[in-house]
Structures are given as C-alpha cells and as structure tokens.
Design a protein. Structure first.
Length: 205
C-alpha cells in the first residue's frame, strides 16, 4: 500500500477547513441569528450546526449550501475562499549574452516562456546541448536555426521544435534583428508543432 505524505496543498486545505467553523459562527452572531433560528431555516439540526461551528463536524456542501442560502451569501464568501490573484505578468526585459530576453512566465515551472530579441550581428553558429525540449515561433525578422545536421531559415509565422540534447543554435539571418517567442520544457515536454525543412535548392552546375 502506498504511503501518503502531507504536502503544501494538504496543509492549505486543512487550514481552510479549520477556519470554516469559526467563520460560520461569526457570520451568524454578527447577524443576530440564533442556532435555533438557523436550524429552522436550513432544516439542519441545532446540534449539527453547533458541531460544525466548533470544528467537530467537517464542512460539506450538503451542510454549507443551505446555510449560504439562509444568510444569502455566495458559498465562497461563506467559507472564506481565497481570492484569485492578479493573472497579469509584468515582464522585465533583461540582456543575456547580448540578447534581450523578456520572461513571459511568472515563476519556475515545468514550462518556461519568453520573448527574445536577437541582434543582427549574432549570426555565427555556436551549437550547444542540454536537457529539455524547445519550441520557438518567429514573430518578426528571419531566424537561422541549426539543429544537428539541419540548417534552416525561418520567417515570420514559422515555428520549430527540437530536442535540446541535440547540438543546436539559433540566431539572426539577415541584416535586421529577429524576434522570437520561445517555450522550453526541462523535462522534455513537447508542443507538437513542427516546422518542415525547406527544400534545398540544387547548386547551379
């Protein structure tokens, strides 16, 4: 049998449930409602309501929904559910190895997203390898992408994905900077979008 070890989510849930009872009591007393009156309104016994408020009875939807209706409060307000945080990300550009990098994800995670602006002078391949999988999308300019034996040029609207354990490099192809949207997964997550290699042109004989 697998052992279950408590984690942060378990602790957070337990803390939230522990606060429900005292919160129910505060709401009821602040409104001047007795346990007897609330029992009559909700159809829940007075003893059950008392045990719920004291923390001796675990909150459930079967109990909380009638109480929410009796107090005319949304369920999340009744139990004190945390408010949703601001989903916006305020990226701060930084320069890394001559490239302007703008993070588009708020913190560490299995997938990271960023926008990079690569200057035109960064056009000499310097392949590297590391764990992970990368997906990129060209926003503007022309991007040269070297992956193992492939040497490609991508334009705006083209995308590619590759295993970063292969020797790879990408930079500007042309006289102007290139803007790229990057997604990177350290554990090898794939995006399932692949740019097809452009057909090679035969040299003139």
């Amino acid at each position: 049998m697998d052992a279950h070890f408590p984690n942060a989510e378990d602790s957070s849930l337990a803390d939230t449930l522990a606060r429900v009872g005292p919160r129910l009591r505060r709401i009821r007393t602040r409104r001047g409602v007795t346990l007897t009156a609330l029992a009559e309104t909700t159809g829940i016994s007075k003893s059950t309501l008392s045990r719920l408020e004291s923390g001796q009875r675990r909150p459930s939807l079967e109990l909380l929904l009638p109480i929410a209706r009796a107090h005319r409060l949304p369920l999340d307000e009744l139990v004190g559910a945390p408010e949703a945080g601001d989903p916006r990300i305020r990226p701060r550009p930084r320069v890394h190895q001559g490239r302007t990098v703008i993070p588009l994800t708020a913190g560490p995670g299995p997938l990271q997203a960023w926008k990079s602006v690569i200057p035109a002078e960064q056009n000499r391949p310097e392949p590297c390898t590391h764990e992970g999988y990368e997906w990129l999308y060209v926003l503007s300019g022309r991007l040269r992408l070297v992956v193992a034996d492939h040497d490609l040029v991508l334009g705006p609207g083209e995308a590619a994905e590759f295993d970063t354990r292969l020797p790879h490099w990408f930079g500007a192809a042309g006289d102007s900077p290139v803007e790229v949207l990057n997604l990177f997964g350290r554990q090898g997550e794939r995006m399932h979008v692949r740019a097809r290699p452009r057909p090679r042109t035969e040299p003139d004989s």
